[in-house]
Design a protein around this ligand. Structure first.
Ligand code: CS2
Length: 494
C-alpha cells in the first residue's frame, strides 16, 4: 500500500504514480458548458467525454462549470472547493478488474441556491455556449399523462412573480436568456441529458410555455433562436458508497471524498443542433445523428424499463442489487420475456441495430457482479420514471392488442411496495420518491378499492378506464397481496 495522497491540483504529480491523471492543465480551460445537476451520472458520462477530448487535444473553450440549484448542492460546492473540482472515476469491469482515473474537465462550481444572480450571470457570460441538464425525469415539471406544464407548482408561481429570484430551471434559463438578449449575445444551446423521450423537444416546449407567461417577446426570441438537441445518454452509474471511497484509498492511495463508479459501457447519441457551437465530441465516440428518437425509445423501453422490472420485483422479493436479480434464472427469464414479448413489438425499427444483440448486451451489463447497482437506486423516483419507461409500452400494447401481463405485474407489485413499504419477508424498504406520501395513501386504499392506486392519473394516465388492463392488474394484485411468493408468480408466467 502506498501512502495516500489527497486529491487536488497541487498533488497531481504525486498522484500520477498511483493512477491516471489529466495530462492537460485544467487551468487553461474556460467555461463553455454550464451543467445543472452534477451528480454521479454527469461525472461518469459527459464530463468523462470532455476529459477524453482534452486528453487528445486541449479544447480551451470547453471547460465545464457545475451549477447547483438545490440547497444540498452546497455539499458539492464544499467538496469541489477542497479538491479543485477534481474527482476519480472508477470503471468496474465484470471480471473484477477496475480502472481508476482522475477527471479534470469540470473546472468550477457555482451555487445558485441562496444567490441566484451568481448562476444567472454565469449563464449570461459571453463564454457560455451550452447549458446542459441532468435534473432527473421528475425535474421537468410536466404532468406525465397530459404532458402539460404544471403551473400549480409553488416554486413556479413564486418565480413568475419574482423573476429576479428564480427557483426552478425554467426561472434560471429565462432570466439568463433575457440578459443575453439585452446584451446582444447569442443564446446558448439547452442540452437535456435526462431519460425522457424527446428530451430536447420536451425541454423546449416547457420552457416556452413558462417564458410566454413571463415575457412573450423573450419567448419568441427563444423559440426562434435557441437549440434544444434531443439525446440518448447511457452509462450505468451506481450510487457512490463509503466502501468505494475506502477502496480507492486502499488500492490506489488516493483520498477522494466524492468519487464516482460506473460500468465500462458508455454511449451518447445526440442531434447535431447547436445554436452557439459545440465541442468536437465525434472525435471521442459521441454519435451525432439527424434524429435520435428511435435510439432513445429503444433505450428507455428496454434498458430503463428493464431496470424498473428487476428493481421493483427484486426489491419486494428481497434482493438488494440488480446483479443479484440477474443471477436468478427466474428473474433473468422474466426480464427477457418482458423485453421480447412486450417492449420489442411496440418499438420502431432501427436501421443498423440488431435488437437481439442489444438485449443480450443489456443482460450482460445488468449482470456485471462488480457494479452492485442497488435496487433502491432503481426504485427511487419511480413515480417520475415509470410513466416514461414502462407505462407507454403497456399503453401501446393495449392499442395494438399485444401482451401486457409482464409489465402489469410490475405495477401491481409497485402498489404493494408503496402500501406496505416492506419486502415479502417483512424487511422494511426505504422509499425514495417525491410522491412517496401520495403513493402510500393511494396504495393503502387498495383493500377497499382495488383500483385506488391507479386513480393517480398524473402517473397512470387513463389506464384505470381500460377493462383489459384493470382485469390483468387486479389479477396480479390479488396474487401479490395474498403473499404468494413473487418469484413463484413470475415463474408461473414464463
Ligand atoms: C436507471 C438509470 O434511473 C434508473 O432507474 O435505469 O439510471 C440507468 O442506469 C441509466 O439511464 C443508464 O444509462
Amino acid at each position: 500500500m502506498k501512502n495516500s495522497v489527497t486529491l487536488n491540483l497541487n498533488n497531481i504529480d504525486l498522484l500520477r504514480e498511483h493512477l491516471s491523471v489529466p495530462e492537460y492543465d485544467p487551468k487553461f480551460l474556460k467555461t463553455g458548458i454550464l451543467h445543472v445537476g452534477v451528480g454521479g451520472f454527469h461525472r461518469a458520462h459527459q464530463a468523462y467525454y470532455l476529459n477524453k477530448l482534452h486528453e487528445a487535444d486541449l479544447n480551451p473553450e470547453w471547460g465545464i462549470c457545475g451549477i447547483g440549484l438545490r440547497e444540498n448542492d452546497k455539499n458539492i460546492e464544499d467538496v469541489f472547493k477542497k479538491q479543485d473540482n477534481l474527482y476519480t472515476l472508477l470503471v468496474k469491469h465484470p471480471d473484477g478488474k477496475n480502472e481508476a482515473q482522475v477527471i479534470g474537465s469540470i473546472i468550477d462550481f457555482k451555487l445558485g441556491y441562496g444567490n441566484p444572480q451568481v448562476a444567472i450571470d454565469k449563464m449570461a457570460h459571453p463564454d457560455t455556449k451550452i447549458v446542459s441538464l441532468t435534473i432527473t425525469e421528475g425535474g421537468y415539471n410536466f404532468n406525465s399523462s397530459t404532458g402539460e406544464f404544471n403551473f400549480d407548482n409553488q416554486d413556479i408561481i413564486y418565480e413568475l412573480q419574482n423573476p429576479e429570484d428564480p427557483r426552478t430551471i425554467y426561472g434560471y434559463l429565462t432570466a439568463a436568456l433575457k440578459k443575453r438578449r439585452e446584451n446582444s449575445l447569442p443564446p446558448f444551446t439547452i442540452m437535456s441529458c435526462d431519460n425522457i423521450e424527446h428530451n430536447g423537444d420536451v425541454t423546449r416546449e416547457m420552457l416556452l410555455t413558462f417564458a410566454k407567461r413571463q415575457d412573450s417577446e423573450l419567448a419568441e426570441w427563444i423559440e426562434n433562436s435557441v437549440s434544444f438537441p434531443n439525446s440518448m445518454v447511457d452509462r450505468i452509474t451506481p450510487v457512490t458508497t463509503a466502501a468505494d471511497i475506502e477502496f480507492l484509498e486502499n488500492e490506489y492511495g488516493i483520498k477522494d471524498e466524492w468519487p464516482v463508479t460506473c460500468e465500462p459501457f458508455i454511449q451518447w447519441v445526440i442531434e447535431d443542433n447547436f445554436s452557439n457551437g459545440r465541442p468536437q465530441l465525434e472525435n471521442v465516440g459521441v454519435q451525432f445523428v439527424p434524429d435520435v428518437k428511435p435510439y432513445e425509445k429503444m433505450k428507455l423501453r428496454l434498458l430503463n424499463a428493464g431496470h424498473s422490472v428487476l428493481g421493483i420485483l427484486g426489491a419486494v422479493y428481497g434482493y438488494k442489487t440488480i446483479n443479484e436479480c440477474m443471477e436468478d434464472k427466474v428473474f433473468l427469464t422474466y426480464l427477457r420475456s418482458f423485453m421480447d414479448l412486450e417492449a420489442t413489438p411496440v418499438l420502431d425499427e432501427l436501421k443498423g441495430i440488431n435488437l437481439n444483440d442489444y438485449k443480450d448486451s443489456l443482460e450482460e451489463r445488468f449482470a456485471n457482479p462488480n457494479i452492485k447497482d442497488s435496487v433502491s437506486r432503481i426504485c427511487s423516483e419511480s413515480a417520475a420514471k415509470l410513466p416514461k419507461f414502462l407505462i407507454p409500452t403497456i399503453q401501446d400494447n393495449l392499442k395494438s392488442g399485444g401482451n401486457i401481463d409482464f409489465g402489469t405485474l410490475v405495477l401491481a407489485t409497485w402498489c404493494y411496495y408503496s402500501d406496505l413499504q416492506q419486502d415479502q419477508n417483512g424487511a422494511p424498504l426505504e422509499i425514495l420518491d417525491t410522491m412517496k406520501n401520495e403513493l402510500h395513501e393511494a396504495a393503502q386504499n387498495t383493500k377497499e378499492d382495488a383500483l385506488s392506486f391507479l386513480r393517480q392519473t398524473s402517473v397512470f394516465g387513463d389506464l384505470v378506464n381500460n377493462d383489459r388492463f384493470t382485469s390483468s392488474y387486479t389479477n396480479a394484485l390479488d396474487k401479490v397481496y395474498k403473499k404468494q411468493n413473487i418469484r413463484i408468480i413470475m415463474s408461473d408466467m414464463i
